[in-house]
Design a protein around this ligand. Structure first.
Ligand SMILES: Nc1nc(=O)c2c([nH]1)NC[C@@H]1CN(c3ccc(C(=O)N[C@@H](CCC(=O)O)C(=O)O)cc3)C=[N+]21
Length: 295
């Protein structure tokens, strides 16, 4: 068996087309959706992601504002910028690219973002709302994964879902979304005993560990759906410089029923959901402006 490929570029193009239509409608109402992106330091991977986000905004008709700070930036300076962006009614989404340099308290920075502009969904109150299955900004990567499952018609209700990784930005929100959608969820991590025992039971397996080609075909249940969240740049060997996921694609593809590639899988969907969250925020702003003109 060779797994069906769930193509994140194809799905992204379709969803971004719908987002561009909504952005155009908003712009015609005088509210062009606007995302502000803050990047601190010169990590080359972060610079690539931020550039991709800004380019994606432009292509879909969203405005983007980019603020770059040096690696040794004073946290107070970034906090002052956040306060300014929070207060600016023309800004609908704010993203602070992670990770931040060590002088920053990451939690404090994320909490300083206005709840209604937290398009990453990393603010503690958005996290709490998601855990209670209430309306919230949903973190972009796990949200993109849910869209991929939906587009591939993968049954989630009643499915055994296994997530490898317990991070705040992927593993934990992924567990909440799958739980809310009716899956039976197991979260595995570095301390899990007998990882393969769990992964071999999974109808849906989500790999978010940050180790290149960690999940191999022998860890996968035949016919399972495998979602690869990893983005690793290979350092050496014959594929040095190439991007690869947390899943060993070749051996996994021979066993799985459906699989996401890297690149061209979850990564582009992350950016797509960021655009969608920004448009949702702008739609709210347009509605309240029209309800209370002149404010
Ligand atoms: N506040 C915050 N929000 C984030 O959403 C966030 C972050 N910080 N820090 C870093 C991670 C990583 N991330 C990616 C987004 C797109 C691709 C992406 O488009 N990848 C392409 C390839 C890009 C390439 O060539 O390197 C692909 O998989 O096809 C990857 C990774 C968002 N992150």
């Amino acid at each position: 068996m060779t797994a069906r490929i769930i193509d994140g570029n194809v799905l992204s193009a379709r969803v971004r087309g719908e987002i561009a239509d909504r952005a155009a409608t908003l712009s015609a109402r005088g509210v062009q959706p606007c995302l502000a992106v803050i990047l601190v330091g010169a990590d080359p991977a972060s610079a690539v992601y931020v550039r991709n986000k800004v380019a994606a905004c432009e292509k879909a008709g969203l405005r983007s504002l980019r603020f770059d700070y040096p690696q040794d930036a004073a946290p107070a300076e970034v906090m002052a910028r956040l306060a300014e962006l929070n207060a600016d009614p023309a800004v609908h989404g704010i993203l602070v690219q992670l990770p931040l340099p060590p002088q920053f308290d990451e939690t404090a920075v994320l909490e300083a973002i206005d709840l209604g502009k937290d398009v990453d969904g990393f603010h503690a109150e958005n996290v709490g709302r998601l855990s209670q299955n209430r309306e919230a900004f949903i973190p972009c990567t796990p949200h993109g994964v849910m869209k991929m499952l939906e587009s591939a018609a993968v049954p989630v209700q009643g499915a055994e879902a296994v997530i490898i990784g317990r991070s705040n930005i992927v593993g934990k929100p992924m567990a909440m979304l799958l739980t809310n959608a009716g899956a039976t969820v197991t979260v595995c991590h570095s301390k899990t005993r007998d990882l393969a025992f769990h992964t071999r039971r999974a109808d849906i397996l989500v790999a978010a560990i940050g180790k290149p080609r960690f999940v191999t075909g022998d860890m996968i249940k035949p016919g399972a759906t495998v979602i690869d969240v990893g983005i690793n740049r290979l350092q050496d060997g014959p594929d040095a410089g190439k991007l690869c996921g947390d899943v060993d694609f070749e051996s996994a593809r021979a066993v799985a029923g459906a699989i996401t590639p890297v690149p061209g899988g979850v990564g582009p969907m992350t950016i797509t959901m960021l655009l969608e969250n920004t448009v949702i925020s702008a739609e709210r702003a347009a509605r309240s402006r029209e309800l209370a003109p002149g404010t």
